[in-house]
Design a binder for this molecule. Structure first.
Ligand code: KIV
Length: 273
């Protein structure tokens, strides 16, 4: 028996995201890695859920996004897909599963789509991964690009600082953004770049541009759910707006539970059989 009410819900598609951009409606996107949180985010009306490789840091406790495997991403994505009725589910192809050659990229994308039931994949980079993107698209798999600060390249950058501040890097980003659109990507994430550059890219591209730390002129915004909900309090970049402090809420609840157990207040007569 399904745990969902039997009502018809309109699913978000890549075409609807395009229509949202065309009519000037901003797109909302958050990360999700598990069934329970994905269900809350989806029923709250989020447009896009990203099964981000940030799960490597947020869920698995790694320092970077590099160690997470394709199998782990598929496992997270399957849990999210099972929870979702409305949102478009986009899954990051993890580091080392698409950059090397286009056949491997296609295999990785197909595994994600087939084994998790997700609706699209996301990859980091521009011209360097052109063949991989083309090959994935040729199989009918929608692809979202990701430019600017691309965490899978952290050891090339050396820091998580703002990207594309100088003219050469900004010009390369603009070229890459146009290339991704020409190849057929349905959308693009721009991470941690100057707001003026985002404005330029979003107004020149037809496809939706979703920003994170990229200013107000993107066609939509994405944040890591655990950051904006205040579960993870160690990460405090300037671009992050906190909508809750769940760290405190959970901590207080757990302290109260411990106190009640120690004081033999829990369980009481009504909580027994
Ligand atoms: O993995 C992730 O969470 C992401 C977002 C930061 C866009 O790629």
């Amino acid at each position: 028996m399904s745990s969902f009410p039997d009502i018809e819900i309109k699913k978000i598609t890549t075409h609807q995201l395009q229509e949202m951009k065309n009519r000037g409606e901003k797109i909302s996107m958050l990360t999700a890695y598990d069934f329970s949180l994905a269900k809350i985010l989806d029923s709250s009306g989020i447009d896009v859920l990203l099964v981000g490789d940030s799960a490597s840091n947020v869920i698995h406790g790694h320092e970077t996004t590099l160690p997470i495997t394709l199998d782990q991403m598929i496992s997270h994505a399957s849990s999210v897909v099972r929870a979702v009725r409305r949102a478009l589910v986009v899954v990051d192809i993890p580091f080392g599963s698409y950059q090397g050659n286009s056949s491997e990229a296609l295999r990785s994308a197909i595994r994600i789509m087939k084994e998790s039931g997700a609706h699209a994949v996301k990859v980091e980079g521009g011209a360097e991964i052109k063949e991989s993107i083309t090959r994935i698209l040729s199989a009918g798999v929608p692809v979202m690009g990701h430019l600017g600060l691309t965490p899978q390249s952290i050891y090339k950058f050396g820091t998580y600082n703002v990207r594309a501040k100088d003219e050469a890097e900004a010009n390369k980003l603009i070229e890459d953004a146009h290339l991704l659109e020409q190849l057929g990507c349905f959308g693009l994430v721009l991470e941690k770049i100057p707001a003026s550059l985002t404005k330029k890219v979003a107004s020149n591209l037809k496809i939706p541009v979703i920003g994170i730390g990229a200013g107000p002129d993107a066609d939509g915004q994405v944040l890591v759910s655990h950051d904006m909900l205040g579960i993870n309090n160690e990460f405090q970049p300037r671009f992050l707006r906190k909508y809750a402090n769940l760290n405190d809420v959970i901590s207080n609840a757990v302290r109260n539970y411990i106190k009640d157990v120690k004081m033999e207040d829990f369980p009481n007569n009504n909580e027994c059989y």
